[in-house]
Design a protein around this ligand. Structure first.
Ligand code: BV8
Length: 241
């Protein structure tokens, strides 16, 4: 059983935590879905219809991570400090496919929607780190088959990654913290309800504005993540929640 004095903490993050690092969110007015149709670039059907367009979409989003023209911000760094200093387990479950949590120092991390810096082969199912452009002509380094390499990203209608591990962590946490997500996408948007149903954890939303699921949280604070997250981490480490 977890240490009741220092219960496990589960942190769900979304695109809002990376916004101040210079990466677009999805549903803000200037967000990604205002510029390109989700159905065309974030569904298996869109990929089957026009793989080259989907590759171009992810190749463009991969570039600032490869050239490191974007960097982790104070919110990412504060979460790494929490993981380091909290005596109990701290698990970040991110919907983000960037590597800013890792570069900010977090280690105990699940990318439930995949990772932009990886691809996988639909023929041999190998998952591999990837820093250059992928196209329909890309040859799988593992099996040598051409044209079967796709972004290692979970599209709509596809199964998110490591759901068993996530469900287990939700079932035993004492604090569930949601940062920078609009609460539009399931199953991530339903995690707070799952935690509340179990009745053991305190639930906190830190966001720029109320999410779709705001009323489900016991505590909400609104503002930029780089202000809210370091302050909340300091509070947890000095006087709990
Ligand atoms: C699944 C790809 C079954 C990667 C993404 C009908 C048919 C089929 C499926 C469904 C259906 N109805 C519902 C579903 C489920 C569907 C879904 O939820 N659809 C929605 C649209 C209704 N979900 C799925 O298909 C998922 N798979 O259901 O499989 C299953 C179910 C249960 C258990 C097992 C299996 C797959 C979902 C993953 C889809 N892939 N992206 C990529 O290209 O990135 S989703 C996409 O949205 C991104 O991954 C992103 O992470 C995710 C969530 O968005 P947010 O991160 O929240 O970003 P958003 O812009 O929305 O919000 C940003 C927030 O930040 C805002 O609130 C803003 O105010 C705030 N903010 C901004 N600036 C700041 C800030 N906060 C703090 N500081 C700031 N500075």
């Amino acid at each position: 059983m977890p240490d009741s004095a220092n219960p496990p903490i589960v942190i769900l993050t979304g695109a809002g935590i990376s916004k101040e690092s210079g990466l677009d969110t999805f549903r803000d007015a200037d967000g990604i879905w205002a510029k390109v149709r989700l159905e065309d670039v974030a569904t298996p059907e869109g990929y089957a219809r026009d793989p080259e367009t989907v590759h171009a979409f992810y190749n463009a989003r991969r570039k600032p991570l490869v050239d490191q023209s974007v960097a982790p911000n104070a919110a990412h760094v504060a979460l790494a400090r929490l993981e380091e200093a909290w005596p109990g387990e701290v698990l970040i479950v991110t919907q983000n496919i960037d590597d800013l949590h890792e570069r900010g120092g977090s280690r105990n991390l699940i990318h439930m929607h995949g990772e932009m810096l990886k691809v996988r082969c639909d023929f041999c199912h190998a998952v591999m780190p990837w820093a250059e452009d992928a196209t329909v002509k890309t040859k799988c380094p593992e099996c040598g088959v051409t044209g079967q390499v796709r972004p290692h990203v979970v599209w709509f209608g596809e199964m998110p990654l490591e759901m068993d591990r996530i469900e287990a962590a939700l079932g035993r946490c004492g604090l569930f913290l949601s940062i920078g997500t609009s609460g539009n996408v399931y199953p991530a948007a339903g995690f707070v309800q799952q935690v509340r149903y179990l009745g053991r954890a305190h639930t906190v939303e830190l966001n720029l504005e109320p999410s779709e699921g705001a009323t489900a949280f016991a505590e909400t604070r609104y503002g930029p993540a780089t202000d809210l997250v370091p302050a909340f981490v300091e509070q947890v480490l000095t006087r709990g929640w």
